[in-house]
Design a protein around this ligand. Structure first.
Ligand code: ATP
Length: 288
């Protein structure tokens, strides 16, 4: 009889994002605080005698080998299986191509799910090593902590504490190419850099105002220049009571941090009249 497992796959936001340099292969060297949020895809994985099938609830996500879930399944089944296969179904709730690591978290969920379903007994470190072959964000998606990520995003140091934050996330209907944003990044155009020491002091004191003041993303210098809408959403979030608002990853999603649930609910309600994809979410941590 077929067995199945359902894994919750959380999105991430970058609370800070800085670029420290460039590697010879063209990739940028990052320093970014990554944080899981309670905006979840639901990934169902079912045993199959052989092969890999991928399907999802979204027409924006490929139902074939281009889905990041596919290489995740292929890598782990080839290395640790003995011919068995899987059927994967992704209930997509995370906006696609949004700067929220939707594809990477699905790939991470597939690795976790297949490891459990077939009892391969692989450690989290091993899964992260396999995940890195799929993408630089996948190791973080397998990591159940808020982390300072360096390198291409794969060198993770956990923050000392976990702080539960309240967010309103807005994903405008803009198409942004991550590759293009990084290609066009120009240090000279950056107006504000993250102060990671101040961020960490605030974080370690559970100082939500201090954390909010220190959310900064240098990639806004590229994305906002092309899409003024991103700056408009930041303004709107601030006017609606956010302590501060910033773009996640290479965008176009913008999130505001709120201190008060009621104010956040009202802000989300107002923004929902204008934007189709608005989410009121909190931090995601299996410990909560
Ligand atoms: P990141 O924050 O890591 O840059 P993102 O949130 O900007 O990622 P994704 O949602 O992962 O971007 O989607 C990027 C592209 O990957 C999309 O164009 C989509 O077609 C493709 N893709 C492949 N697999 C998936 C998946 N499981 N979920 C979402 N997108 C996927």
């Amino acid at each position: 009889m077929n067995r199945k497992i359902i894994i919750a796959a959380p999105a991430k936001v970058n609370l800070t994002l800085d670029i420290k340099g460039k590697y010879p292969d063209g990739y940028h060297e990052l320093e970014t605080v990554m944080h899981h949020i309670d905006l979840l895809d639901q990934v169902t994985i079912e045993t199959a005698p052989s092969g890999i099938e991928v399907a999802s609830s979204s027409s924006l996500v490929p139902d074939n080998q281009d889905n990041l879930a596919y290489p995740a399944a292929e890598l782990i089944l080839k290395a640790y299986g003995s011919g068995e296969g899987v059927k994967i179904y992704i209930e997509k709730n995370i906006p696609v191509a949004a700067g929220l690591a939707g594809g990477s978290t699905d790939a991470a969920a597939v690795l976790t799910g297949i490891n459990q379903l077939y009892n391969y007994g692989l450690t989290q470190e091993k899964l992260m090593e396999i995940g890195l072959k799929i993408g630089a964000d996948v190791p973080f998606c397998l990591y159940h902590r808020t982390a300072l990520a360096r390198g291409k995003g794969e060198l993770l140091t956990p923050l000392e504490k976990e702080v539960k934050l309240l967010f309103v996330v807005v994903k405008p209907e803009l198409q942004i190419s991550t590759a293009e944003v990084y290609r066009e990044f120009d240090l000279a155009q950056v107006e504000k850099f993250p102060d990671i020491s101040s961020f960490l002091v605030a974080w370690n004191h559970y100082n939500i105002k201090g954390i909010a003041i220190n959310i900064v993303n240098v990639l806004e210098s590229v994305s906002i220049k092309k899409h003024g809408e991103i700056a408009t959403i930041k303004d709107k979030l601030n006017k609606l009571g956010a302590l501060n608002a910033v773009m996640s990853g290479s965008g176009p999603s913008v999130f505001g941090i709120f201190a008060d649930q009621k104010i956040a609910e009202q802000a989300a309600a107002v923004l929902s009249q204008e934007y189709r994809e608005v989410f009121l979410v909190s931090s995601y941590n299996s410990a909560y």
